[in-house]
Design a protein around this ligand. Structure first.
Ligand code: ADP
Ligand code: MG
Ligand code: MG
Length: 245
């Protein structure tokens, strides 16, 4: 079975369909780009997969088992983690405190800072991040804060990682840093869903793309079988050959 299989996903806001019977399949060890023009339904789909919205129409199978995450914590417990564009961490806590928020290791009833520091450093070294885990999160760049958020999400969830426009505020060097992390996670067998508007990044990192338009599935293909112009045509719903003609 696929790692994640969503079938016939639907969602309406005030009677207007944002998603209309969309299918989406994610494999283990796959980086899957979700594409489409603004308003296509990308964020709505991933909000359903990550438990932000409840599943109203359709089915979700994870590792071959039907699931219906009631909220974000439930999705996380099932193995589906997410990092939002506005990174969901606390700037005024240390890196280590953020990584173990709500689940700090304890010793004789007290938070075991040494143990937490040790585990934090070990966790981050998997991502090639050698930083002071006792420094405030706010002292680091957006890219590093984002990788800390990913490390936490993967440690909590561990099967599926969902990223909605993670590169929006990163420079070229930081994007490469992030993609190095994603490639490592792919190698570990994680399934990764990524939304980005930059097609160069899609061709750089994605194994497969799924395109939505007006809340419907247009198609899903390996990136290697999809020339750039065809992809843009799928997103816009217009034949573009004549432009280059
Ligand atoms: P995308 O992420 O591809 O830009 P969205 O999933 O955000 O698309 O939006 C899909 C459609 O659903 C749009 O028409 C949008 O206006 C509508 N929509 C999304 N979220 C809401 C909401 N909370 N309330 C009402 N309409 C919404
Ligand atoms: Mg949008
Ligand atoms: Mg969106």
């Amino acid at each position: 079975a696929a790692l994640l299989e969503a079938r016939g996903i639907g969602k309406s806001f005030l009677g207007i369909a944002a998603l209309d019977g969309v299918d989406f399949t994610l494999q283990r060890g796959e980086i899957h780009a979700l594409l489409g023009e603004n308003g296509a339904g990308k964020s709505t789909l991933i909000k359903i997969l990550t438990g932000v919205y409840s599943l109203e129409r359709g089915t979700i199978r994870l590792d071959g088992v039907d699931v219906k995450p009631a909220d974000v914590a439930a999705a996380q417990a099932l193995g589906i983690g997410t990092v939002y564009q506005e990174v969901n961490l606390l700037e005024n806590l240390t890196v280590a405190e953020n990584l173990f928020l709500g689940r700090q290791p304890r010793r004789f009833g007290l938070i075991d800072k040494r143990e937490m520091r040790k585990r934090s450093a070990a966790l981050l070294s998997r991502y090639g991040l050698d930083i002071d885990v006792d420094a405030l999160l706010s002292s680091y760049s957006v890219a590093i804060r984002q990788i800390v958020a990913i490390a936490r999400a993967v440690d909590l969830s561990g099967k599926v990682l969902v990223l909605d426009e993670p590169t929006a505020s990163l420079d070229a060097h930081e994007v490469e840093m992030l993609f190095t992390v994603l490639r490592r996670l792919r190698q570990d067998g994680l399934g990764i869903i990524i939304i980005t508007h930059f097609l160069n990044q899609v061709y750089d990192i994605a194994d497969r793309v799924t395109v939505l338009r007006n809340g419907r599935l247009v198609g899903s293909k390996p990136i290697a079988d999809l020339p750039r112009l065809d992809l843009i045509s799928m997103m816009l719903g217009r034949e573009l050959q004549h432009i280059t003609g």
